[in-house]
Design a protein around this ligand. Structure first.
Ligand SMILES: Nc1ncnc2c1ncn2[C@@H]1O[C@H](COP(=O)(O)OP(=O)(O)OP(=O)(O)O)[C@@H](O)[C@H]1O
Ligand SMILES: O=C(O)C1=C[C@@H](O)[C@@H](O)[C@H](O)C1
Ligand SMILES: [Mg+2]
Length: 172
């Protein structure tokens, strides 16, 4: 069964775009972060605080494998770091996987995240200057993994509808 997998940096719009794509295609959407939270009954912040990032990455890998194995067509929105750990990037290349990297510039990400960081533990405690520097370096480190996706869609200066249309074109 086909899995449409959306990936990219925190704030690139994976959850927002996946929800809208799901409405149009009638393919159910599963948000990996939400699935993890429901599995352990803790928020992402609480998992990081109580158990640390290594534990989170292990759960994230297990849940991603599980979602890929389900027998339904689904849209899966990954966490921002998912492709960058536990060889998860190899799973983006599977036969039944349509993986799409939602590519956003540092400025787009910064502008979206600066007032929206509290639920994102990696940046929650940074000031504005630190955040910009962090996003720039982090995106550079992660780009190799994001670029393993089969398709790439630029999201800068696009509305949600325009980005969704770009993905529909890929699926056509
Ligand atoms: N054109 C756009 N496309 C997508 N999101 C947009 C757009 N314009 C503004 N936004 C906003 O940017 C934010 C993107 O956040 P979203 O939670 O969808 O990203 P994410 O990639 O799922 O992040 P995370 O990895 O942290 O879960 C939301 O607040 C959304 O409303
Ligand atoms: O970019 C990341 O590493 C993360 C992104 C979020 O989606 C969550 O999965 C978590 O906050 C880690
Ligand atoms: Mg999300």
């Amino acid at each position: 069964m086909k899995k449409i997998v959306l990936l990219g940096y925190m704030g690139c719009g994976k959850s927002t775009i996946a929800q809208n794509l799901s409405k149009i295609t009638n393919i159910p959407f599963l948000d990996l972060d939400k699935c993890i939270e429901e599995r352990v009954n803790l928020s992402i912040n609480e998992i990081f605080e109580k158990h640390g990032e290594v534990y989170f990455r292990k759960l994230e890998h297990e849940m991603f494998v599980e979602l890929l194995q389900s027998s339904e067509n689904t849209i899966i929105g990954l966490g921002g770091g998912t492709p960058c750990y536990a060889n998860n990037h190899e799973l983006l290349k599977g036969d039944d996987v349509v993986s799409v990297y939602l590519k956003a510039s540092i400025d787009t990400l910064y502008n979206r995240l600066v007032h929206n960081k509290s639920k994102r533990p990696l940046i929650a405690n940074m000031n504005e200057e630190e955040m910009k520097e962090f996003i720039a370096k982090h995106l550079f480190d992660r780009s190799f993994y994001y670029n393993q996706a089969k398709h790439k869609v630029s999201v800068d200066d696009k509305s949600v509808e325009e980005t969704v249309q770009d993905i529909l074109d890929i699926l056509a």
